[in-house]
Write a protein of this length. Sequence first.
Lengths: 307, 273
Amino acid sequence: MQIYLPIAEQSIDVILLLGVGGLVGVVSGLFGVGGGFLATPILIFLGISPAVAVATGATQVVASSVSGAMTQWRANHVDVKMGVVMLIGGFAGSSAGVIAFGILSRLGQIDLVITLSYVGFLGVTGALMLVESGLSLFRARRPGGAQPGRLHTHTWIHNLPFKMKFRRSKLYISAFVPLAVGVFSGLLSAIMGVGGGFIIVPAMIYLIGMPTVVAVGTSLFEVVFIAANVSFLQAVNNHTVDLVLALVLITGGVVGAQLGSRMGSRLRGAELRALLALLVIGVAGKLLFDLVVPPEDLFSLSAPVLP
Amino acid sequence: MNRCAARPVVGFAAARWARQPAIARYAPFVLRAVLAGALLVVEASGAAAEQLIADLSKHRVAITTGFTGDDVLLFGATEGPGDVVVVVRGPVGEAVVREKAQIAGIWVNRRLVRFTNVPEFYALASSAPLDKLVPPGVAARNEIGIANLRISPQSSLKPDQIAPFRAALFRNKAREGLYPTEVSQVDFRGPRLFRTTIHFPANVPTGSYEVRVYLIRDGRDVSVQSTPLYVNKIGVGADVSEFAHNYSVYYGLIAIAVAMLAGWIASAVFRRV
């Protein structure tokens, strides 16, 4: 059964689209990630223009992270002060990102920048996660278990000015650090159509030094607002948010997420992370392959330049 | 001078427009009636009047939510001998063709040529092989065949460098199904009545189209008739698209609200289960 996407201006099989949403939902439920990193490339593989895929991906991220954010809020896992500081950076970053997106589209380089961003970030994150999960699987087999890490390490980051107290995270650090993480996550969201949890959460844990539970909660809180800002700006500046596409993806996604979280409870954490790492590396590999292999037709037709 | 012969049938189209649903229901009967009427007119007015009359089964292609492409029937009658050539042109616009080059192992868009005056859709139909029927001069004057399209490149590249870009434009358009490579068949029913089907694919661009019907006799275009056709989005899809472009601020806000609501409802529903 075909459905016409009014903004993408093409017909696509609605069952296929529900399947994509469902798959992304399973992954997000299974691993506790937004799944944007999977949704956007799959939409591009299916022939949706990257501009629409990225913008609509951001809208889908709003839906998939809002329930998680509310759960985290109720559990008091959100450091509001930290979140707000990050959001200030995030709004700046995502606004700059959407403007850059428009300029790159007109230059004909947006596809390349999107693909390179995916290859770079997914490749590095996937590799790191694989190593980490491999090590913890290896350690779990040996008596003694994992070694407790130090609670706090002091680096140059802690010598930056404008220190602020973040009570929920039990931190006293420069406001520049969460601000910079926010700017970065905003850029990612605008260019890649992802929530960026897979980058922000490690950054919050290792760079800022937040407790893991608070990092996850605060990142979800932040992602909801950044993805909303990206959706809004993409809709206004580039007219690329397809609500019909978003709704079908969201519908498939919510069902998939429930399946995923039920499947997830049967697997061990380290195994789960290793699986996610392989998936992330797989997506990055496929994208890299497409960049390197000579294209079928060296010439391509750009979508009409947006006014 | 040939342009003088082109008679847009806008008034006629508008009258039929109003009767759209009825036309769809009684298409075969109406078709016969119109043809009979057309023949009467042609015969009554004699050789000095129209040598060609043609119309479409509908003047509007509606892109609905379940749109998968559409067929429009073109039918008509000729006065005297000759062959029929049909040219369907979409709205004209700008197209940018980019060439990829390998930089550090990856393929990157490098050179580009911007073309203006490019029809977004271009299809041909003919009652006999085009190259035998239409002499090059006539084809060039009437832009029959993609080689004769008067699209203008805007580039600092030399003409021989632009040629591959032009070829790539047509190749890509053909791949998208917007410049069908095959010339459809115009079928004659008896010596005068002809018909053909114009196919519009699912990704057909919206806008106003022009269907030109030529009567070719002994290598000359003795008569031409132009008929408009509109491709519009209809229903929810049209509303969404129109709203997104005209009220983009509200559209953006609604998109966020819908996404948040959907996420919230989903979590509320599944928490109970």
